[in-house]
Design a protein around this ligand. Structure first.
Ligand SMILES: [Zn+2]
Ligand SMILES: [Zn+2]
Length: 509
């Protein structure tokens, strides 16, 4: 659900008396000029400041209705070129929630996170106030201020990204990221200045991601959103690295990452509030978030409590993604020998049952000092129209994804299928009526010496020359459609170990 102008009218009646001859603007502002872009504000508060207001304080009250989980404000005023300065802060019904003076013209605050200068905390309904103070205005100057206020409700999708008002990069591209990591906000650790293992500040993980050349990360601490406030502070400084809100819902029956919301998910599966896994999936659905089952084939024993996915009656139509490659599987002899069955096999069984699920990877990093085997190992690579949270999560929903198991910076795998009805990329469904001629095309870059495995429903298709002899190659295969539903996938391995894992193209009769 996206927000619109629907609530502005209802807010008119709720607007309280304000000082300095304020009034509601007659027209909505040019939305394209605001960082929130596509979303109209719920309130527009305006007023006039004159010379008589110099060195005075003015509260601008406004009503916050029930059900609001986040408030965002943009503030502007005229006559800045004449050295007018109006400072900005905000109070909730209980008192001051922050003050940014003249150093910020926009801010947001919610239960979990707030723009630096402001305090996260519950958003109580009632009368809030913008706290304006006029620190400078010349004797002959009259200035007008405009405050645009957005109310975000349960399940609203951010205009672009939760922690960034604009895409970090534009243009359709394969963007590389890590969807699974832990910090001091759960059990991620690193060495202190004196070499002691300590809960690891999350900026170390962000720095490791930058060093690995990643475009996006999702810090997914266990059953908490306590890291979101720190992420909000980091994002402006890490302006090439998109940070996507995530939490690892950690239960006795399995783990799953929930992406794209800062609202809490009750993970007490089996307890009085969450009787079955369906209750978790329904929470995620109501939040318009994305859920990905983590390390589904990990053991569930004393060493790894509830790590494998064992939740009975999982409705896979409410699941979007599976972490089919967790770093623990990749470490091989030096790693987690307890994983007896690949996550890919778990995924393929579900594909064969007819489910459409996107396979992703995750480092599950708990130690940024692992270096090459740490953050970004493996890498999830998504084809998205821009580097924004909405674009990346939509790309995962669409299956426009491959996994770079080595965590390289440039490995590329593109499977496409051309049929009479058009062209499909990984994740897409292609109409393939009986007798239709399909051309499968596999484009691989930077995996020289590898071997392509092309499969239909998990059974190999014979590719005449499967060996990749150069740094950039395209292999093709003609296929006659039989008019039945299938999935087609391409992977690349070197020396029998996975290097690139593709998502399927689905063939529909
Ligand atoms: Zn886990
Ligand atoms: Zn984890």
């Amino acid at each position: 659900m996206t927000k619109g102008i629907r609530r502005v009218g209802a807010m008119l009646a709720a607007l309280l008396t304000v000082f300095c001859t304020p009034q509601l603007a007659a027209a909505l502002p040019d939305r394209a000029s605001t960082p929130l872009r596509s979303v109209a504000p719920d309130l527009v508060l305006t007023g006039e400041i004159g010379p008589q207001d110099k060195l005075t304080f003015h509260d601008v009250p406004f009503a916050v209705p029930q059900g609001v989980v986040r408030i965002s404000v943009e503030f502007d005023y005229t006559e800045r070129d004449k050295h007018t300065v109006i400072d900005l802060g905000i109070s909730d019904p209980d008192g001051v929630r922050g003050w940014s003076g003249s150093n910020k013209s926009s801010f947001t605050l919610s239960r979990t996170d707030a723009t630096p200068s402001y305090l996260p905390g519950a958003i109580h309904a009632g009368t809030w106030k913008l706290n304006l103070s006029v620190s400078a205005i010349r004797p002959d100057v009259h200035a007008r201020y405009t405050a645009r206020v957005w109310f975000w409700r349960h399940g609203d999708i951010p205009a672009v990204s939760t922690f960034s008002a604009a895409p970090l990069k534009t243009g359709a591209h394969w963007y590389r990221g890590d969807l699974h990591m832990h910090t001091a906000h759960s059990d991620g650790s690193c060495a202190s200045l004196t070499g002691r293992p300590v809960p690891c500040p999350l900026y170390h993980t962000a720095e490791a991601a930058v060093a690995h050349g990643l475009d996006f990360i999702a810090l997914s601490d266990h059953n908490t959103g306590s890291h979101y406030d720190a992420v909000r502070e980091l994002q402006p400084a890490f302006d090439t690295l998109l940070m996507i809100p995530a939490v690892e819902v950690t239960t006795f029956q399995g783990h799953a990452n929930v992406f794209g919301t800062t609202e809490p998910v009750d993970a007490r599966l089996g307890g009085p509030t969450v009787s079955n896994v369906g209750a978790i999936l329904d929470q995620v659905h109501d939040l318009h978030a994305l859920i990905s089952i983590n390390h589904p084939t990990s053991p569930t024993d004393e060493t790894c409590r509830g790590c494998g996915w064992s939740a009975p009656d999982t409705d896979w139509s409410k699941v979007q993604s599976i972490e089919v490659l967790n770093a623990g599987e990749l470490w091989g002899a030096m790693g987690d020998a307890r994983v007896k069955r690949p996550g890919v096999a778990f995924w393929r069984d579900l594909l064969n049952e007819g489910h459409h699920l996107t396979g992703v990877g995750g480092s599950d990093n708990h130690d940024v000092e692992l270096g090459r085997l740490g953050v970004g190992f493996p890498t999830t690579v998504v084809y998205a129209p821009e580097l924004s949270e909405r674009a990346v999560l939509d790309a995962i929903r669409a299956g426009h994804v491959f996994i770079d198991a080595r965590g390289s910076r440039d490995g590329l795998l593109e499977l496409t299928a051309q049929g009479p009805s058009g062209r499909a990329m990984m994740g897409d469904t292609l109409a393939a009526p009986a007798g239709a001629n399909l051309q499968l095309s596999v484009h691989v870059a930077h995996a020289k010496g590898g071997r392509i495995t092309l499969e239909r429903d998990g059974a190999p298709l014979t590719l005449p020359d499967a060996v990749i002899a150069s740094d950039d190659e395209v292999k093709t295969l003609q296929l006659a459609a039989d008019g039945k539903s299938h999935w087609i996938s391409a992977d690349v391995s070197i020396g029998g170990r996975p290097v690139l894992i593709g998502n399927p193209i689905y063939l529909a009769p």
